[in-house]
Ligand binder design. Structure first.
Ligand SMILES: C[S@@+](CC[C@H](N)C(=O)[O-])C[C@H]1O[C@@H](n2cnc3c(N)ncnc32)[C@H](O)[C@@H]1O
Length: 334
């Protein structure tokens, strides 16, 4: 049996967006369970995927436009500069499967370069971003079949029948792979290989290790949008689970953990306090933390090793001039 880390809880079945009934998304079903478990441990931690409800997705999109947040504009610049070159590696691809698609803003650029793609399957845990992305992509690419799936991408299940025989390209942008530990990333890539099948290609955007004077401001922006994004998790617990978190009682903290090679986001209790939710009480000492997100940084050789350890062959890499961000093309044998 697979071991489970605090960042990996049981997920609900994937649900096509159109089959969704009202209420929280299908993949949100384990929110209560994950929060109760995460606040009960000796070190409090809540899996980072729960940062993304509708408000969290909006705040993340705001973060991507901040001057300090270099990853989005750098990855977009890579796609614009090398789109044709990337497309030359992918002459067969007809189905694009995106993991953690969010706004699908970068996807539109990829689709411009990959004109043979006829089916797009965005997979995300958060339904409202899938709905918006579908509307805007259909308006721009009227012949594209968009088949969104609400699912945890670490347990995405099966793909729609319509893409069963298509030549597949996976896309995992925004360095979302960095939210997973190395072991989780390896497992994710192995599962993605099984899901996409023989001959598949996989384009993965990975944030690179770099000096802290660039890295730290990206997660501690001057406007405080990242702090709002982090604290929205507490607001979400209050909204959805009847919690009574006082948001002003918790401070956003983003630090670099050198040993693990990752940015960690925490919410730090400003004072001793008790919080109630779902009939349970949780005590916080002054300075006690809830660990809410990891963002692992890699070197290009580390990504190559990760790919090899996960059953993928490394085909190509594109890195911007400042060596801030990288796009890796992986492939599976036919
Ligand atoms: C860092 S954002 C990246 C969004 C987009 N790919 C980009 O590059 O701008 C992560 C996205 O993955 C989604 N997400 C996070 N964890 C997830 C999970 N376990 N399963 C499915 N989607 C997840 C979030 O809802 C969000 O849209």
């Amino acid at each position: 049996m697979r071991s489970r880390s605090p960042f990996r809880q049981a997920a609900a079945k994937p649900v096509p967006l159109d089959e969704r009934v009202s209420g929280p998304g299908a993949a949100d079903g384990d929110f209560a369970e994950a929060v109760l478990a995460g606040l009960s441990g000796a070190r409090k931690a809540i899996p980072s995927r729960f940062l993304y409800d509708a408000r969290g997705s909006e705040l993340f999109d705001e973060i991507t436009d901040l001057p300090e947040y270099y990853p989005t504009r750098t990855e977009i610049a890579l796609l614009q500069r090398y789109g044709a070159e990337i497309a030359a590696y992918l002459p067969e691809a007809t189905a694009l499967i995106e993991f953690g698609s969010g706004s699908s803003r970068k996807t539109a650029m990829l689709l411009e370069a990959l004109r043979r793609v006829s089916h797009y399957v965005p997979i995300d845990i958060e339904a409202s971003c899938l709905e918006q992305a579908r509307s805007s992509l259909i308006a721009r690419f009227p012949d594209l079949a968009v088949l969104p799936l609400i699912a945890d991408f670490t347990d995405a299940g099966t793909l729609p029948e319509a893409v069963a025989d298509a030549a597949k390209l996976g896309f995992f942008s925004g360095s979302t792979i960095g939210n997973l530990t190395y072991a989780e990333a390896r497992r994710f890539l192995r599962d993605a290989a099984a899901l996409l099948g023989p001959g598949a290609r996989f384009l993965v955007g990975v944030d690179l290790k770099k000096p802290l004077d660039i890295l730290l401001p990206a997660y501690n922006d001057a406007k405080g949008v990242t702090a709002d994004f982090n604290r929205n998790l507490l607001a979400r617990i209050n909204r959805e689970l009847g919690g009574d978190f006082d948001l002003s009682g918790f401070e956003h903290e983003a630090v670099y953990n050198e040993a693990e090679g990752r940015i960690e986001m925490h919410l730090v209790s400003r004072r001793a306090q008790t919080v109630e939710l779902l009939g349970r009480r949780f005590a916080f000492a002054e300075g006690e933390r809830i660990h809410t997100e990891n963002s692992h940084k890699y070197t290009a050789p580390e990504v190559r090793r990760l790919a090899a350890a996960s059953g993928w062959r490394h085909a190509a890499v594109w890195i911007n001039d400042d060596a801030l961000f990288s796009l890796h093309l992986l492939k599976l044998p036919d």
